[in-house]
Design a protein around this ligand. Sequence first.
Ligand SMILES: CC(C)(COP(=O)(O)OP(=O)(O)OC[C@H]1O[C@@H](n2cnc3c(N)ncnc32)[C@H](O)[C@@H]1OP(=O)(O)O)[C@@H](O)C(=O)NCCC(=O)NCCS
Length: 169
Amino acid sequence: MIKIVKASLRDIPAIQSLAAEIWPVTFKDILSQEQISYMMDFMYSDTALTQQIEKQGHQFLFAQRENKNIGYLSFELDYKSDTKTKIHKIYLLPETQGQGVGKRMFEEVTRIALQHGNNTLSLNVNRDNIAVDFYKRIGFHIAGEENIAIGNGFLMEDYIMECSITQAV
Ligand SMILES: CC(C)(COP(=O)(O)OP(=O)(O)OC[C@H]1O[C@@H](n2cnc3c(N)ncnc32)[C@H](O)[C@@H]1OP(=O)(O)O)[C@@H](O)C(=O)NCCC(=O)NCCS
């Protein structure tokens, strides 16, 4: 059985260990090793995750199977003071992908976002990530694209994808 539970500051090591397993596999054909290490450091260091949770209003959820964490999602309500919920991260262990868990996590965020009065989910995804097709499948469309310079000469080459949540995803 899959459970979706809230995570907090004390779960930072668990988030980091999932990321360390999932990121290299997800991005091996998309980004260089150097860029993967660089991005993991600035998004998943103790300092970065603490800031996201304490200062930037990011909320983390775990997906659990038999009480074991198999993935995480983070989101931010009222993104940029709009009625949007931004999904910052969603990552599932490779062996658990394709079993409906990602969709379940989005259903949970949709419920929370609607309850809060938000009407849109928004996210960034690398333009070469096959997750683009997952997002389309669950109701997202491409709303734009942006290249974000993240330092050290690295770029994030993203689509911005959005989904209206006045109806269920
Ligand atoms: C992207 C991710 C979160 C999707 O979660 P998932 O549990 O694997 O997807 P689900 O099993 O819930 O799929 C839901 C639906 O999307 C479809 N789908 C999933 N991945 C797909 C893909 N790559 N292409 C087309 N359809 C896809 C499924 O077939 C399913 O369709 P159905 O409802 O008709 O049965 C997960 O695969 C993952 O963690 N990937 C690696 C990390 C990553 O890239 N994260 C996104 C960073 S922006």
